[in-house]
Design a protein around this ligand. Structure first.
Ligand code: TMP
Length: 429
């Protein structure tokens, strides 16, 4: 089901024999630190975050959830790699959000990429999910759009939107097929899938094979610097194999024909970066040097993060247990992967969280992974009026609170778990 991970996927630290990347890509200095990855954060054995199952369905299982840190390039990476066939191949539950927050983000992304590419060109999206973003590009007048995604259920959804999708994991072979089908893409876009990929070298080489001088490779990723600073520990789950530093990107690209030419910051998903890669020779924007200098993804930052996460888990666990003991009904809102991390870390079950309300039909009548907590439709909060609701979809706070006005009007209280635990009721607004 999973294999151990011991060699840094960006700089190769931990591999046997002489390393070709001893010299720092950024500074030209010789590396003299530890020669193995270092454990920095451990959530024990956890269920897979998106393994939402009905009562009689077979579970995919449990795996260790531990982060190792690379002392050479500051990349955080899980200590195990769960087989992608188990995580993604059949019915992947994560569907691109159609929330207003996401629509606004897509608008920004399209504008920024148009500016980078300088023209409405063919777009290839890696990890294209149900084709929502590609349909948006097409509607904005981009001439050809094509997706690559390994999940069969999502490729079918994309087809319904008339978005051509190659149902495969991205790699050399998929790159060849895509190129023969659409020609050279002007934009290669990968949103929030890069950190799900084990073999980064093959990913970069496959992108290189697809690119010409004009191609813009745009990789949207969560940024470890932000995750560590805001203690967003619920971003750590089995699908996220890497917690990216810009330093690690420099190492990764050191032996390739691509270079990091610009970094654009977004607020989506609690803070994300759009990495712009282009063939060597393109001018490098000042954002690259500025952000590398300000980057804080070191071992001490991970240590602080781990200590704070432990405190937050204890705090939410005590708060919810205390309320349940007093006879208060506590529900969850948003059966996100983040919700699984919180629930497993706190050890909650139906006794503490009665149900989780979610807009995604595919999750209804299933259980939160590893528990008997049922997921129900998005009318449940106003229908059942629990006393408290933990907003596991805290990254959509404004939108969710505005949508569930009746819950607040009738005396309900939100528990917002992140970035710091706080209560929101009608009187506190
Ligand atoms: P995400 O953070 O991975 O996008 O997941 C958010 C989850 O929250 C997803 O399952 C959909 C759900 N959700 C709601 O139930 N109501 C909402 O208003 C929003 C924005 C999301």
């Amino acid at each position: 089901m999973y294999k151990p991970h011991t060699v840094c996927r960006a700089c190769g630290l931990g591999s046997q024999g002489p390393s070709t990347l001893k010299i720092s890509a950024a500074a030209g200095e010789i590396y003299k630190g530890p020669e193995a990855l270092i454990p920095v954060f451990d959530l024990g054995i956890q269920p897979l975050a998106n393994d939402f199952c009905g009562g009689s369905e077979e579970r995919s299982g449990y795996a260790p959830l531990k982060v190792l840190y690379c002392p050479r390039c500051d990349l955080g990476q899980l200590s195990v790699t769960v087989s992608p066939n188990i995580l993604y191949a059949h019915n992947y539950a994560y569907v691109t959000s159609t929330s207003q927050t996401m629509k606004d983000h897509f608008g920004m992304l399209t504008r920024d990429l148009l500016e980078q590419a300088g023209r409405k060109c063919p777009v290839l999206e890696i990890g294209s999910n149900d084709g929502t973003l590609l349909a948006h590009f097409r509607d904005q007048g981009f001439p050809i759009v094509m997706g690559i995604d390994p999940a069969q259920n999502l490729a079918l959804e994309a087809k319904k939107k008339d978005v051509t999708t190659l149902c495969a994991m991205f790699g050399r072979e998929a790159a060849r097929t895509a190129k023969s089908s659409m020609g050279t893409p002007g934009i290669i876009l990968a949103r929030h899938c890069f950190c799900h990929i084990d073999n980064w070298r093959e990913f970069i080489q496959s992108c290189e094979a697809l690119c010409d001088e004009r191609t813009v490779v745009a990789i949207e990723v969560p940024y470890a610097h932000d995750m560590l600073a805001k203690n967003e520990f619920d971003t750590v789950y089995h699908e996220h194999l890497s917690y990216l530093s810009l330093k690690s990107v420099q190492y990764l690209l050191a032996n390739s024909t691509l270079q990091l030419t610009r970094v654009i910051e977004y607020s989506i998903h609690g803070g994300a970066l759009l990495l712009i890669l282009r063939k060597i020779g393109h001018p490098v924007h000042e954002s690259v040097g500025r952000m590398l200098k300000a980057e804080r993804c070191g071992r001490a930052d991970w240590q602080r993060f781990s200590n704070q996460a432990e405190l937050k888990i204890m705090e939410l666990s005590a708060l919810v247990r205390n309320l349940a003991t007093k006879g208060k009904i506590v529900a969850g809102y948003g059966a996100s992967a983040k919700s699984t991390v919180w629930i497993s870390a706190c050890g909650f079950d139906k006794q503490q969280i009665k149900f989780i309300s979610d807009t995604t039909k595919g999750k209804w009548y299933k259980n939160s992974p590893g528990t008997g907590i049922p997921i129900v439709d998005d009318g449940a909060l106003t229908r059942d009026l629990p006393d408290y609701a933990v907003l596991f979809a805290w990254n959509y706070e404004k939108e969710c609170i505005a949508k569930e006005q009746i819950f607040l009007d009738k005396g309900g209280t939100w528990i917002i778990p992140s970035p710091a635990i706080r209560l929101v009721s009608k009187t506190s607004l």
